[in-house]
Design a protein around this ligand. Structure first.
Ligand code: ADP
Length: 477
């Protein structure tokens, strides 16, 4: 197989800096591409939230605008280049609402291209991810068009979430150090804005998104966030590839974060994780003999995740069914307040852990019986795939990657591995949870569903091969 030189450019990367699935994808996909023989090098900002003492990195060079540090992605030989610019990346968080937000990531994009120059690394593919990196195609067409190093280089832009487009005042264009503003949408400029993701979508050689269903959905008015027309126009260059799971990180058989490791054969140990988790979270069983189901959630608490449906679904459900709920998340204040209220209303049955906690995320996957994802939209979603491997039945809304990865369980045939509800309504959520409870009471069906779930294989080798094919096709034409 022909090896391709890839600059993989991403604004978050596990294990260094993470706010969501993008970080996990950045890590696992770049590693999987390297395993296929490609020369992959990852670029990420060196945020001040990254623990530098724990990092093994070396400075490669300094420029007036930034320094470049090099490390290696764990469990691989993939070089990771950290763009160090305290002026922009020492803000206490990855993303900000500061007025210079577009400049922070414009600097990052410039730094990536300039670093390739300094390292004399000639990527054949710039693989970009989301709006933070979307300026690279325009930079290659303008500021750096003179450089033969990038001759023939192609750009692939992966859209991880169309809901975040990087829209700023048009005055940012001048400050981003781009010679010609005509590369930005004329209509937007007239309206006084610049949309970075849109710019990337217009200029990248190929577009991908993180599930086939989401690739279709974003071409509809309902889910296109205003870019559906442009995406339909570019549909011949848009591919949906379902993300994979890094089973090196997310597998109950080797998970360092959970008290009892288990596999499909030793599934009874899952129960011990549950008992310990209930203790840890101060959740009590209604009686020593009963084993009511524990529902888990680990999520950014944003509108996208369907939390708005829960006030009309969960109190009623919890009042009617002996069950408990463990929620880990942080985000919009109203949603956090809702879960705090729920915790007070159902003491000993609901626990809301507000914050970001990787260990608890793993433990909830291992300890819960079912995992709720009522998303309004979900480009791919990783937690439902993690849940499957942990034998934790996903209860999901039929949208995006949830629809592509969770198959409805049918007790008549014994096929399927989760519960899928159609409607984005409180009664949809209730239907899903009621169905889950019903099956939980039918031990034979439940055990079968859990075994089916654990047998699913979403490893990265398949998706990485699809990306590889796209690279090669682009380089031939
Ligand atoms: P998104 O990228 O939209 O947030 P995904 O399901 O693709 O959703 O990925 C979410 C990732 O972030 C998962 O790895 C999940 O475990 C993790 N995560 C989300 N919220 C938290 C949290 N509060 N603490 C720890 N991990 C979290």
């Amino acid at each position: 197989m022909q090896s391709v030189r890839v600059a993989f450019v991403v604004s978050e990367l596990t294990p260094y800096a993470k706010t969501g699935g993008l970080a996990d994808v950045g890590e696992a996909l770049s590693r999987a591409l390297a395993e296929l023989g490609h020369d992959v090098r990852v670029f990420v900002p060196l945020y001040d939230t990254i623990d530098r003492d724990g990092l093994s990195i070396e400075k490669r060079f300094e420029t007036e605008a930034f320094d470049l540090w090099e490390g290696t992605l764990p469990r691989s030989k993939v070089p990771v280049y950290f763009v160090d610019c305290p002026r922009f990346f020492s803000r206490g968080s990855l993303y900000t609402n500061d007025p210079d937000e577009p400049l922070r990531f414009a600097l990052f994009c410039h730094a990536v291209v300039q670093s390739c120059q300094r390292l004399v690394f000639a990527p054949q593919i710039f693989h970009l991810n989301d709006w933070q990196t979307s300026l690279v195609p325009v930079l290659l067409e303008t500021t750096y068009a003179w450089d033969r190093l990038f001759e023939g280089a192609k750009t692939v832009l992966t859209i991880h979430n169309l809901g975040y487009q990087g829209v700023f005042g048009a005055e940012a264009i001048e400050r981003m150090d781009i010679p010609d503003s005509s590369h930005f949408d004329e209509h937007d400029r007239g309206a006084g804005v610049v949309n970075l993701l849109k710019t990337g979508i217009s200029h990248a050689d190929h577009l991908t998104t993180v599930s086939p269903t989401y690739a279709r959905e974003i071409q509809t008015e309902e889910q296109g966030f205003g870019l559906d027309g442009l995406l339909r126009h570019r549909s011949g260059r848009l591919t949906g590839i379902l993300n994979g799971v890094d089973y090196g990180e997310w597998d109950p058989e080797n998970d360092e974060h959970i008290p009892y490791r288990y596999s499909a054969e030793t599934i009874r140990l899952k129960k011990q994780n549950k008992v310990k988790l209930l203790q840890e979270l101060g959740l009590a069983s209604s009686s020593p003999d009963a084993d009511p189901p524990l529902i888990g959630m680990v999520s950014r608490l944003s509108a996208q995740k369907g939390i708005e449906l829960l006030p009309r679904a969960l109190p009623d459900f919890l009042a009617r069914h002996d069950s408990s709920l463990a929620v880990l998340g942080t985000g919009e204040r109203a949603y956090e307040e809702f879960f705090s209220m729920l915790e007070k209303r159902f003491p000993g049955r609901v626990r809301f852990y507000r914050g970001f906690n990787n260990r608890l995320a793993h433990w909830i996957e291992a300890g819960a019986d079912m995992f709720l994802m009522p998303s309004r939209y979900e480009p791919c979603g990783l937690n439902q795939m993690y849940s499957l491997r942990y034998g934790t039945v996903p209860v999901v809304r039929k949208t995006g990657g949830l629809a592509d990865s969770v198959q409805q369980f049918d007790p008549a045939t014994g096929e399927g591995h989760g519960i899928v509800f159609e409607h984005y309504t409180a009664s949809g959520v209730q239907w899903g949870l009621e169905r889950a409870i019903e099956l939980y009471g039918d031990t034979a069906s439940w055990d079968r569903m859990v075994q089916n779930a654990m047998a699913c294989d979403f490893s990265w080798a398949g998706p990485a091969a699809r990306y590889s094919d796209i690279y090669r096709e682009l380089l031939i034409h």
